[in-house]
Design a protein around this ligand. Sequence first.
Ligand code: ZN
Ligand code: ZN
Length: 126
Amino acid sequence: MRRIDKRITYYQCSLCKTPYPSPRAAARCEASGIEKRAFKINDRVRAKEKRTCSFNKNYICRGAITAIKGPAPFDADVMKWILNALPNPCPGHFWEYIIAYTCPICKMEEEKLYYAVELERDNRRK
Ligand SMILES: [Zn+2]
Ligand SMILES: [Zn+2]
């Protein structure tokens, strides 16, 4: 038996921390840019699309942004619901907004991840 130690070198995008096998791929990811930040923490927002509660009723998610994650790399599988709404040219990285809200139907406290294009400012006073 022989022990073989294999070293693998990765190149990491400094924006999204994704590891790439080649420096060119990592440089391309870094160069693809970041979406402009549309909201900040504590902004009150509402989702454009309705959600469905576990009671099978639709409601509008509205609440405050409690955290902003990312930037996350563009991923067509994750973002397939919003592909048509993305800006053109499409930046390579997106901010992920965590919305905390109380479901108006079952009164459960929820936290959901949204992208900026799914949200609009909610000017209604709480
Ligand atoms: Zn990246
Ligand atoms: Zn609910």
